[in-house]
Design a protein around this ligand. Structure first.
Ligand code: ATP
Ligand code: MG
Length: 437
């Protein structure tokens, strides 16, 4: 084949990233920290499909939301024309699954999920078209102590993974009736200032005026600052819910700022909403966000069921971890096997299988074109692999039914020789550990 006939490469889709080693180990580590933490709070895993029917999101998230208006990857099922969408978030799917399987028949459920979400956004740092979220949903609980539990759980996660500089912003969106009265006041206020509204704000004025408060347009900020605040329209029950939540956070030394301007992108929220924000990631500073969505079950055809949850942006948390003294993960390899000659491979590989059966992480040197490189170059590879030990299966060693074990990471440690029948005892002395140093 000539150079000119080389086939053109197919590249990844814009905004959808590969996660390669060694960074993938950091993701695995974050996921394992989160799983362990969720288990300590009695949350159990739920796995819903990545593709759902489009109306689930249109009805669930609300027609006049950024996600539904412009960010969904929607397509028709080629066989029957069903409108389908790659999930832009997981809450709607979790609620659908809870309804479909009558999950709450014997009481509330605490659930968590992890996985990819898809939104057609302009790709930039911290904003991708496929991104990972992990999230928790507490279904069937109306008490503010569950809102508090969720927030405590997120703070606990920051501690466990060593994140500093994440602050909590909190607000209450009250109940739909309270929002309706506020909405009228808000529309009246924006009408008074209609001459400065931008196109986005004008479009939302009568459909979703609350979202105008979320505008990033600097020209609108002063007017937005002075707009009627929802919190001033909340009744006693809504205020009491917020006060109970605050009391639990205070008792647990979780600091927060009340931000009456905090609204969320989805329509389904009521009462508590919150965001964990950092200043270290520029404009994409929200690492975790959530709130209560007591109306969503009803909206999706179920009985009224209180619920609350949050979702964490895995990509942003990883970015943030990297701005700290990044946790260096210990190498995953215990040993690297150096092999004297091709004829020894069957025997060497059976010893390695024994070691792996005992939990030892070992990589074997591989041949190229049925030829093994010299011992010296194999040692270089062993060194570069990060393994703690080189296991030398030389021709002489094998003839004596032995292996030489050479520590690679300690300058003054000496090598030892062991009988092949005795490798299990050596393996027992290893302490395998993939946690950060
Ligand atoms: P933003 O205001 O940044 O667009 P959002 O309100 O759309 O966020 P949510 O839908 O609440 O975000 O999702 C929860 C978290 O998921 C966000 O706080 C963020 O950390 C992460 N996230 C959301 N969209 C993206 C994206 N396109 N790329 C990477 N992470 C994202
Ligand atoms: Mg968004």
């Amino acid at each position: 084949m000539t150079q000119a006939s080389r086939v053109e490469r197919v590249l990844a889709v814009k905004g959808m990233n590969d996660v390669l080693p060694p960074e993938s180990a950091l993701v695995e580590w974050l996921e394992s920290c989160a799983c362990a933490l969720f288990a300590r709070y009695a949350y159990r895993n739920i796995r819903t499909p990545i593709v759902e029917r489009t109306p689930l999101f249109v009805r669930g998230l609300g027609e006049v939301t950024d996600i539904v208006e412009k960010e969904m990857y929607s397509f028709e099922d080629r066989l029957n024309g069903d409108p389908l969408t790659l999930r832009p978030e997981a809450t709607a799917g979790v609620v659908r699954a809870a309804l479909e399987h009558n999950l709450l028949y014997d009481g509330g459920k605490r659930l968590y999920y992890m996985g990819p979400m898809f939104r057609h956004e302009r790709p930039q740092k911290g904003r991708y078209r496929q991104f990972d979220q992990m999230g928790v949903e507490a279904l069937g609980f109306d008490g503010a102590e569950i809102d508090a539990e969720l927030i405590l759980m997120a703070s606990h996660l920051w501690q466990d993974i060593g994140l500093a500089d994440v602050r909590l912003e909190l607000n209450s969106l009250g109940q739909p009736e309270e929002r309706l009265v506020h909405r009228q006041a808000l529309i009246a206020w924006f009408e008074q200032h209609s001459h400065i509204l931008d196109e986005d704000a004008r479009r939302r004025l009568y459909t979703n005026p609350l979202r105008i408060l979320d505008s990033k347009n600097p020209n609108l900020q002063t007017m937005i600052e002075a707009a009627p605040r929802l919190i001033d329209f909340l009744g006693q029950a809504s205020m009491a819910h917020l006060e109970s939540l605050k009391a639990i956070l205070d008792a647990n030394n979780v600091a927060y700022t009340l931000n009456p301007r905090l609204v969320r992108g989805m329509d389904y929220y009521n009462l508590t909403v919150f965001e964990f924000v950092t200043d270290r990631l520029g404009a994409q500073g929200t690492v975790c966000a959530g709130g209560r969505y007591d109306g969503l079950f009803l909206q999706l055809g179920g009985k009224p069921t209180p619920a609350v949850g949050w979702a964490l942006g895995v990509d942003r948390v990883l970015e943030l971890l990297k701005t700290h003294a990044a946790p260096t993960l210990k190498t995953a390899l215990d040993a690297y096997a150096i092999v004297g000659d091709m004829a020894s491979l069957p025997r060497v590989m059976s010893v390695l299988q024994t070691l792996r059966g005992l939990g030892v992480r070992v990589q074997m040197h591989s041949s190229q074109g049925q030829v093994l490189s010299g011992i010296k170059s194999q040692f270089k590879r062993a060194d570069a692999s990060g393994a703690h030990y080189a296991l030398i299966f030389g021709t002489d060693e094998l003839a004596a039914n032995q292996v030489t074990i050479k520590p690679l990471r300690e300058a003054y440690a000496t090598q030892i020789t062991r009988s092949l029948d005795d490798v299990a005892n050596w393996a027992a002395t290893l302490q395998s550990d993939a946690s950060p140093d």
